[in-house]
Ligand binder design. Structure first.
Ligand code: HEC
Length: 149
């Protein structure tokens, strides 16, 4: 339905010679960045709880861990061939070292699943689970993300 509408819009606008930015449709780059943005938001929220900036809440803590596990599962599907150029911070190593990339995404999935399975009811256990997950952020970004700006 959305595609049909977009196609119609494109057909109309190209008739009048208007060039739409390609960002008008959410491609794999936007999709994977949205997953990572959510990771960033959850990490800020979890970090605030662990620092005591916000009170520990078990339901929120478990939701954050469930989000991580879902993100880790969904993330690797958004790196098709050809999505290495454009407005992306994805490093060429994702495509040139596929075995290493697969290992990094598999580790992220395993660690997020193990962290969620801890089902923390106190801040100390949440801290342990949070640490298991966030070690992946750093290691994967070092190898597979080229931060711009
Ligand atoms: C398996 C590898 C991997 C792991 C693990 C990972 N990231 Fe990322 N992250 C990436 C890649 C690759 C990009 C660049 C995506 C792009 O620009 O196409 C990225 C981008 C980001 C961005 C920028 C998103 C944007 O474009 O606005 C944030 C924020 C982020 N990651 C946070 C996190 C946090 C927090 C964690 C841990 C909970 C994490 N990441 C774990 C690979 C990973």
């Amino acid at each position: 339905m959305l595609r049909a509408v977009l196609a119609a819009v494109l057909a109309v606008t190209t008739t009048f010679g208007v060039i739409l930015p390609t960002a008008a449709t959410a491609g794999p780059i936007e999709e994977r960045q949205a997953i990572m943005k959510a990771n960033g938001r959850d990490t800020k929220m979890g970090g605030d709880m662990l620092k005591g900036a916000t009170p520990f809440d078990a339901a929120t803590a478990n939701k954050i861990l469930a989000n991580y596990a879902a993100a880790a599962k969904a993330f690797p599907a958004h790196f098709p061939a050809g999505s290495n150029t454009g407005e992306t911070e994805a490093a060429p190593a994702i495509w040139s070292k596929p075995a290493d990339w697969k290992a990094a995404t598999a580790k992220f999935q395993a660690d997020t699943a193990a962290a969620a399975a801890l089902k923390p009811t106190d801040a100390a256990t949440f801290g342990k689970a949070f640490g298991m997950v966030t070690a992946n952020c750093k290691s994967c970004h070092e190898g597979f993300r080229i931060k711009k700006g």
